[in-house]
Design a protein around this ligand. Structure first.
Ligand code: SAM
Length: 240
């Protein structure tokens, strides 16, 4: 990107503590990879850091999953009415539109993410809600329930300091009974010894009639010290 440089520290850091060194306008500062507000505030910086430098491909993987579920359910992608949680600046939403999703509402806790989505991808979302899924007010809860979503999407937004398992459960309550759920999630959060609560949420979904119809392990991105970070793309749908 013109006018700024991005460098990664040489030492391996745990996911959640990674950062990059940003030199911009004669100033140098460390920016945490989880400081989305700082990143979204600069047009193109999220794309440069995550997609170009750290080779994140989650958007493409989830689009494949959406095409799969369309064929599986015998529904056109145009008939999908999706809620995308932790939507960020719309990189994933853009992919969902590219494959033909008919109706798309983004939701994110960050006002700066919302502004970045309208700034950089003004035609992607039908609506974009700024709200914390952990503490939605009643009006917003009611509004979301009326939207008749037939799918929920969460890409790289579950866990760490982002959408917690309890907040994800809340989002699940907004979708229709036969809807599908498509997520990309760190593989550790699906293991039996997981402590984040996500493994339990997916177990409960299966207990409630959801069937896992798509599973793909993939490199979500590379770490700042160039190690692959694996995520799972999962799609579950309720057949009962
Ligand atoms: C890693 S970013 C992913 C952005 C986008 N899904 C992508 O893959 O490009 C995680 C996003 O989740 C949002 N987020 C974190 N906690 C949230 C919450 N409680 N409710 C809604 N969004 C949240 C953050 O603001 C951030 O935009």
């Amino acid at each position: 990107m013109e006018g700024l440089t991005i460098d990664f520290p040489p030492l391996p850091l745990p996911q959640g503590r990674e950062y990059f060194v940003l030199r911009c306008d004669g100033q140098t500062r460390n920016v945490s990879l989880h400081d989305y507000d700082a990143i979204f505030a600069i047009p193109g910086l999220y794309e440069e850091v995550f997609r170009e430098r750290l080779r994140c491909e989650s958007g493409e993987v989830v689009s494949r999953a959406i095409s799969f579920i369309s064929a599986y359910k015998g529904m056109s992608i145009g008939s999908f009415r999706l809620l995308e949680i932790g939507a960020g600046n719309g990189v994933v939403g853009q992919e969902l539109r590219r494959v033909g999703v008919g109706h798309l509402i983004g939701l994110d806790v960050s006002n700066i993410a919302c502004e970045a989505a309208w700034r950089d991808r003004s035609t992607v979302y039908d609506d974009y809600i700024v709200a914390d899924l952990d503490c939605l007010n009643e009006d917003m809860d009611r509004w979301l329930r009326k939207k008749i979503f037939n799918g929920l999407v969460a890409v790289a937004s579950l866990g760490f300091a982002d959408v917690a398992a309890s907040a994800f459960r809340r989002a699940l309550s907004f979708i229709q009974p036969k809807a599908f759920v498509a997520v990309t999630i760190k593989e550790d959060f699906l293991r039996g010894d997981d402590r984040t609560g996500f493994s339990q949420v997916f177990g409960d979904l299966r207990q409630n009639g959801f069937k896992q119809v798509f599973w793909e392990r993939h490199i979500h991105r590379f770490s700042t010290s160039n190690e692959p970070i694996y995520y799972i793309t999962l799609v579950l749908t309720n057949l009962t």
